[in-house]
Design a protein around this ligand. Sequence first.
Ligand code: SF4
Length: 263
Amino acid sequence: MARLSQAKLANLNKTFEERTPEELLRWAHEIFGDRVAAISAMQKSGSVVCHMLSRLRLNIPVLFVDTGVMFEETLQTRDRIRDEYGLAVRTLKPALSMQQQTAEHGILYLSVEGQQQCCHMRKVEPLLAVKDDVDALIGSLRRADGGPRSDCPILAVDPEMNAVRINPLANVTDEQLAAYVSEQPIVVNPLHEQGYSTIGCNRCTTPVMPGEPKRAGRWRHLGPWSQYCGINPTDLDDDTSPAIDLPQDLVDRILGQKTDFMI
Ligand code: SF4
């Protein structure tokens, strides 16, 4: 195995700023083969990534975490993406139903600490359950989303999943995204047209008022202290230099290097 740190990805990230999202998806397929999956919450940018995967015929599966308290519109969007884009969509679920969790732990999403625990059990743990299946995960984070995402890298290491996170839309602007959606037959979650700028669980997502930040509708009842669920590690503050362990030949392929000797 070989260590792959965020620092080692710096040069590649610089080069990748010039690549199109489609080129980045082809690179992901070429490097990781059947050990890469996309992850989508069935929001607009995720639909764009899914459409690109379908158009490029890369045969990359899509992971969807169903917390058990998703909006019906989100589940319908997932089914349409599976059927209309011809993608393999794998739904991941938490161990406990929301009813069982509430009986055991109370209503977690009504406090800041409880929200973190609830998001971990219902979003992060179902994803961690498939960590052995993948070396890379394709997401749809964009810098235009603001907050901690305003400097999200195209490639990031995810120590908890021991995988590379790939964000092919990182430098795609709102205007470019809107142009792609208007030019292509994109399956868009209808909640976006109903005032929801971002979409998560039905317990913790509301529409946003004109002029509010995009994520103002997430955990609104908890005030400004809760803004992210933790399923995307680059959303969280981390002043350490994260690293993951991958086979040496895979690290070589990612970095485009050859190892001539082993120590
Ligand atoms: S968004 Fe709310 S309901 Fe969904 S997992 Fe997080 S705290 Fe729980």
